[in-house]
Design a binder for this molecule. Sequence first.
Ligand code: PXG
Ligand code: PLP
Length: 445
Amino acid sequence: MTTVAPTEAKADAKTDVYWMPFTANRQFKKNPRLLTAADGMYFTDDKGRQILDGIAGLWCVNAGHKRPKIVSAIQQQAAEMDFAPPFQMAHPKAFELAERLAALTPTGLDKVFFTNSGSEAVETALKMALAYHRVRGEGARTRLIGRERGYHGVNFGGISVGGMVANRKMFGTMLSGVDHIRHTHDPARNAFSVGQPAHGAELADDLERLVALHDASTIAAVIVEPVAGSTGVLIPPVGYLQRLREICDKHGILLIFDEVITGFGRTGNPFAAQTFGVTPDLMTVAKGLTNGCVPMGAVFAKTHIHDAFMTGPEHLIEFFHGYTYSAHPLACAAALGTLDTYADEGLLTRATEMQSYFAEHLHSLKGEPNVIDIRNIGLIGGVELSPLPGEPAKRAFNVFLDCWERGVLVRTTGDTVALSPPLIIERGQIDHIIDTVRGALHRAA
Ligand code: PXG
Ligand code: PLP
């Protein structure tokens, strides 16, 4: 092994070894976009430019960057105890965090299981649902239902219930016994809706179609994102989630909300379940749980689901599942620092105050070149563009590159430009993001 001084290594950095995730590697490496520092609403790039963060990193840095309480919590924890085994052992911060979180969740979601990402939270929730039915003597309920256009991370369970074709088509048969209800995107009726679209509650009845096909006695759970993020910001129609809840209750099917993006203030309440007034049986989170600072995810379960496992001999493990890094001390410390920061600044409800300003400015993009729909809720926005003929996703990507050149970070998925700024955003920064996108739309026309 050769040793190189850090400065030399930096100057020499090559880009060919690192195989980047969800990235056009060859294109990126011709002209890398490198971030080297972050503070508040801004990144700094390797050329010293300030980049306004319009997407909270990747929907995760909800309190903004480099927040002092989070930084010091992580620093102190690293110096105090690096690791504690999570199986048959624990450390105090894991219990403290679980309790603090349960105080924020909708009533009844009072048990917390820790993971290291949203993808792992999804796998955990799906396994919990299957095992729950089995321990209650309904082991025939093995079927999992997702939704077209859903994103539930990249592990095998998540892509099986997920509904984005590019994330699925390369990977064989995935889990068996999975089916999907229809997505809710209906631009013919709902284009340019401000907030929740009026039409489409009846799309939840598609679950009845699958019940008629498979029989409820074979179905364990339905998983949906309350607001679909990765697929391009799809807001649930008025009444849709309520209807899904009713159908699940009628048939004894567990309802799982994947709140990896919507959790921790994104829609104006701690969780989207509260914004929409519908409580799931299981809820997955990640991202904003630690403000993106240390990887961590979690599953919240209703007490009766947890309690159903607590029946056999007391010395036996009740749920054969867990990760080496479940409730990692650094992650717990970061999450506690994050919850303190959210509480100090009222961030978990701040999107409620900002959303009308955000919506008004976002929707001012209506009529700009190639804008075919605009969608919003809380501090999430999606601007859908008509694709360049024969080149899907390229127009939006050109908008992304143009904004980057002008110092604003947005995100694109397909031909939708997505915005999800840190919840600390000020009005002037909203103006700046929207004006930059507006200019980019003209240049990409
Ligand atoms: N569920 C949902 C609803 C998500 O949005 C995951 C699970 C997976 O989380 P991890 O931590 O394993 O990545 C996510 C993640 C995008 C984008 O561009 C969104 C996510 C991840 C990467 C990109 O929209 N969401
Ligand atoms: N692979 C091997 C060989 C392992 O020993 C382990 C954990 O002990 C894993 C995978 C799972 O790793 P993790 O618990 O970090 O998810």
